[in-house]
Design a protein around this ligand. Structure first.
Ligand SMILES: Nc1nc2c(ncn2[C@@H]2O[C@H](COP(=O)(O)OP(=O)(O)OP(=O)(O)O)[C@@H](O)[C@H]2O)c(=O)[nH]1
Length: 473
């Protein structure tokens, strides 16, 4: 290959490498970097050995990193107290396994719990079985100061004689040395420590009602991450939970430990964990299904409301003119009057003159159009609070609240004037006859309409296009 071509190929290869490098660093930048603090001495839950995070929490960290896409990096500390201080100061973003407590909630937001374990009481071998913390009497109880138990035991058992220690190891040695009589801690870590330190004089000797519900704690300034973690927690399978649990609980048990009680604890713990995890799965599935059903119900509810509104509109309105119909007038007039605080007023019955001729001459469709035009003139002449309805065929009723006969008469004249001025072509003119009566609180509205109707009859008899008034009242 000539030198020039070789140089071109080389340059192209260099360009390709450059672009791949850019792409890789972009992918890395997209992966959010989070630093977590851990308890360096809480095996099998978690620990730090030669700068590496290990234990149950680390197994979960790997699954969570995969599910969330976050890059989780350990910020190394020497003690759990130091980790807590780092979280409070925001030097690390989160911690992977801890119980929720009021005090911790001040600086951490918590995910759903994802690992459950019992708390147990540890004593010397010669102490009889302890039912619960309530069975302690005045025995001295050792607790690790930075653990949640140290915070909540005084709330539930204010009389317990509590002695605080910096670490579980320190507390168990104090128990071994008879400085205290009972120690309370998490089953898994206590069990592992008894084996590792050969504390053969000590035994797990009682239950505590408060179990560990271990969650991820995220510092408040990054609490928006909780949703991502919760989604990831819900996606962890029962099998993954079981694998982790078994990997870290298959530790060898020393011969001096009481096998029966220990196995009893371990099997019970396994059952509790499986039940709790299963319950979470079922409730998550059920709540998702409920959410979907609720959303569907909301849609159906909206459709029904819409349909009801349409039905109500149709049942109260005349579909040709859009005016209220006789049904509305009959069923709602009393409510309308009460709602508008009306007790007196005028009723007008209006009937188009010789409408049959319009239909006969121009057809029913043209007749319909004229009815609509007539209705819009009616609507345009009334004021807010007045009521107009199509009473039947070419007959209409108008209610003028608080109007006296003179005012009603004036309105009727104005309306006839408006009719006269309107271009109803091809009709030359369109007129209407009107009967008026007053209504008062001492008479039903139906009776007032009846009297107005009689006046309309008179108007028709007298040649139409005129107004007749019932002035007896
Ligand atoms: N186009 C149309 N015509 C209707 C409608 N409702 C009633 N009519 C017609 O209105 C006419 C009423 O006729 P009549 O009761 O004899 O009254 P008129 O012809 O107006 O005569 P007078 O009321 O005595 O002046 C009938 O031909 C009905 O068919 C409707 O919704 N559309």
């Amino acid at each position: 290959m000539p030198l020039k071509e070789r140089l071109t190929v080389k340059r192209q290869l260099l360009m390709l490498c450059f672009f791949i490098g850019c792409w890789l660093s972009k992918v890395q930048a997209n992966q959010q970097q989070l630093y977590f603090c851990a308890d360096p001495d809480w095996m099998p839950y978690e620990g730090i050995v030669a700068g590496k995070h290990i234990g149950i929490a680390e197994d979960y960290a790997q699954i969570l990193a995969e599910l969330t896409g976050f890059k989780l990096t350990l910020k190394q500390t020497k003690t759990w107290q130091e980790s807590i201080r780092n979280l409070q100061a925001g030097y690390c973003d989160l911690t992977l396994m801890l119980n929720r407590s009021e005090e911790r909630e001040q600086y951490l937001a918590f995910s759903l719990p994802y690992f459950f374990g019992p708390n147990v009481l540890v004593t010397k071998s010669d102490i009889p079985f302890l039912q619960d913390l309530s069975a302690l009497g005045d025995r001295k109880l050792g607790v690790v100061a930075a653990y949640r138990l140290a915070e909540i035991i005084p709330q539930f058992y204010p009389n317990i004689n509590r002695v605080l220690y910096n670490s579980e190891e320190e507390a168990l040695h104090a128990l071994d040395q008879d400085e205290i009589e009972v120690y309370v801690g998490s089953l898994l870590s206590v069990n592992m420590r008894l084996q590792q330190h050969g504390l053969t004089e000590l035994k797990i000797n009682g239950w505590v009602a408060m179990q560990d519900e271990l969650r991820i704690g995220v510092i408040r300034s990054k609490q928006y991450l909780i949703d991502d973690f919760n989604r990831a927690i819900e996606a962890i399978s029962v099998r993954q939970h079981n694998d982790i649990f078994q990997r870290w609980t298959n530790a060898r048990i020393v011969a001096t430990t009481d096998y029966t009680i220990l196995w009893y604890f371990m099997i019970s713990a396994a059952i509790i964990i499986v039940i709790v995890v299963w319950r979470y799965y079922v409730s998550a599935t059920v709540s998702k299904a409920l959410q979907t059903k609720n959303a569907e119900l909301e849609v159906i509810k909206e459709q029904l409301q819409h349909a009801n509104k349409s039905l109500e509109y149709l049942s109260f309105h005349d579909n040709l003119t859009g005016l209220y119909n006789r049904h509305y007038f009959n069923s709602s007039i009393k409510r309308h009057l009460i709602h508008n605080q009306v007790s007196v007023g005028a009723v007008l019955i209006i009937d188009i003159d010789y409408f049959k001729r319009v239909n006969d001459q121009y057809g029913h469709a043209r007749g319909d159009r004229i009815l609509k035009q007539f209705s819009s003139i009616l609507n345009g002449t009334i004021r807010d609070g007045d009521l107009v309805a199509r009473w039947g065929g070419e007959e209409f009723v108008v209610l003028l609240p608080n109007a006296n006969l003179t005012q009603a008469h004036n309105w009727a004249k104005r309306f006839q004037q408006a009719l006269a001025e309107y271009d109803f072509s091809p009709l030359k003119t369109l007129t209407a006859s009107i009967g008026i009566s007053l209504f008062r609180g001492d008479e039903s509205i139906e009776a007032s309409i009846e009297r107005a109707d009689q006046q309309l009859y008179c108007a028709k008899q007298q040649g139409r296009n005129c107004i007749y008034i019932d002035d007896k009242k």
